[in-house]
Design a protein around this ligand. Structure first.
Ligand code: UD1
Ligand code: MG
Length: 446
């Protein structure tokens, strides 16, 4: 197959009733990416550019996930052959291989599809099969003495002898594009379910003298998502794959099973990830970064040599510069913490810049929200913000300035100045001792 004339049809018109969701099934995320997105990514990896997604009526979310690829509606759910036929106009007489996949079967690997595409050289129809531990409900692959595929029989239509076959249909097919639609035109619905079965094209192709073949894959890859428990099972598989890939790429994980990654998590080399860290979508990590345990990150960049956590929260558009320190119970949102800056304890930095090598004391808060709008805080390089300070935005602290502990700063502070807001300290010698003896007299306690 030349990659240019190959195409794919992804069936995603199912309602996904068993998900008990208001959203279409294929829009549910797995490792931060919709189920359908996983299938489309796999097609990218295989180099199948042209594709059409068959959607149910009124599924704008699915159209958005499919974009820029076109979607076609299947207005009545009359079976997998009928669904596949809806792609006919959009594909416009394909001449190469057409892959047919399900939008709710996200674990199939690129290498598996590549094996199917190769097998297509010697067969008009290639079906991805697997040995099912429990074949109930699956279509059975009926093979001849030479191992070639003769027919697919749906469970409900199968004889006792056919039900004993454990080689099952995953649903994925690679079909000669010149034959696909003419074969589909001939599929009827005289069967147990009264549906137009895509699987019938195998027997039809055989009857025309075409060879059909099976490529066998691992059952774990074939998991289709019908309910939330299967979604969770698929999540485990994807997480295992992502963690293995991260470690293979040079990331140390002290307790990999407790770390959650996203499809697009990017790690540099020699990164260390402690236990119970969650990497939501859109996280990019440079070399030599250390995450201590229990961090939660999304949509952020952590540059080389930074240390983060334990218990840090980095939210979208947080950028942590080279060698910066983000410590425990620190939240950073839409803010740049420049190289070598330290924000070590109990702090909120939002809509802000923390200049290089600045030191932010424990309990500092950038007060970025006035109930109506968000405002910016700019902290200059080398500034020192005393503990428990409130920086009321918009406000600018100059390079090298010092803010006294416990201050509420709402006006700009020039470079190298000291600024503090504090009631004068009032100390009364002996007061506490006198207080205690008076209270003892009055109450008899203490
Ligand atoms: C199908 C196969 C079966 C295979 C099994 C693997 C057929 C006839 N049977 O059975 O051999 O073992 O998958 O899981 O193909 N869909 C549409 N429109 C429709 C019908 C289905 O878009 O009109 C989509 C569904 O959203 C789903 C996929 O096609 O993603 C499969 O449909 P489903 O009803 O689950 O088929 P099965 O009966 O499980
Ligand atoms: Mg099914």
């Amino acid at each position: 197959m030349t990659q240019t004339d190959s195409a794919a049809i992804v069936l995603a018109a199912g309602e996904g009733t068993r998900m008990r969701s208001r959203r279409p099934k294929v829009s549910h995320p797995l490792a931060g990416r919709p189920l359908l997105g996983h299938v489309l990514d796999t097609l990218d990896a295989v180099g199948v550019g042209r594709r059409v997604v068959v959607v149910g009526p009124n599924m704008p979310q699915v159209e958005a996930i499919a974009a820029p690829h076109p979607t076609v509606p299947q207005t009545e759910r009359l079976g997998t052959a009928h669904a596949t036929l809806q792609a006919r106009l959009a594909l416009d007489d394909p001449s190469g291989t057409v892959l047919i996949l399900y939008g709710d079967t996200p674990l199939i690997r690129p290498e598996t599809l590549r094996a199917m595409v190769e097998a297509r050289d010697n067969a008009a129809v290639v079906v991805l099969g697997f040995r099912a531990v429990d074949p109930t409900g699956y279509g059975r692959l009926v093979t001849g003495a030479d191992g070639a595929l003769e027919a697919i029989v749906e469970h409900k239509d199968a004889s006792e002898a056919q039900r004993a076959i454990t080689l099952c249909n995953s649903g994925v097919m690679a079909v000669d594009g010149r034959l696909l639609f003419p074969l589909l035109d001939r599929v009827g619905n005289d069967n147990a379910k009264g549906e137009y079965y895509l699987t019938d094209i195998v027997a039809l192709a055989r009857a025309d003298g075409h060879r059909c073949a099976v490529v066998e894959g691992d059952e774990a890859e074939m998991l289709g998502i019908n309910d939330r428990a299967q979604l969770a099972a698929a999540e485990r598989v994807v997480q295992d794959r992502l963690r293995a890939a991260a470690m293979a790429g040079g990331v140390t994980m002290t307790d990999p099973g407790s770390v959650i990654l996203s499809m697009d998590t990017r790690f540099g080399q020699d990164v260390t990830v402690g236990p119970f860290c969650v990497f939501g979508p859109g996280v990019t990590v440079g070399d030599d970064v250390e995450f201590k345990g229990f961090c939660h990150l999304e949509g952020c960049v952590i540059e080389a040599g930074a240390t983060v956590g334990p218990y840090a929260r980095l939210r979208p558009a947080a950028v942590i510069g080279e060698g910066a320190h983000i410590g425990n119970f620190v939240e950073v949102k839409k803010a740049t913490v420049e190289a070598g800056a330290k924000v070590n304890h109990l702090t909120y930095i939002g809509d802000a810049r923390v200049g290089a090598k600045a030191n932010i004391g424990a309990g500092t808060i950038t007060c970025n929200y006035d109930g109506f709008a968000k405002h910016h805080t700019d902290i200059g390089a080398g500034a020192f913000i005393g503990s428990n300070s409130a920086l009321v935005a918009p406000v600018k602290i100059g390079d090298g300035a010092i803010i006294g502990a416990g201050s509420a700063i709402s006006r700009d502070v020039p470079a190298d100045a000291l600024s503090l807001t504090r009631a004068p300290q009032d100390t009364r010698e002996g007061w506490a001792a006198k207080f205690r003896s008076r209270m003892k007299r009055l109450t008899g306690k203490g």
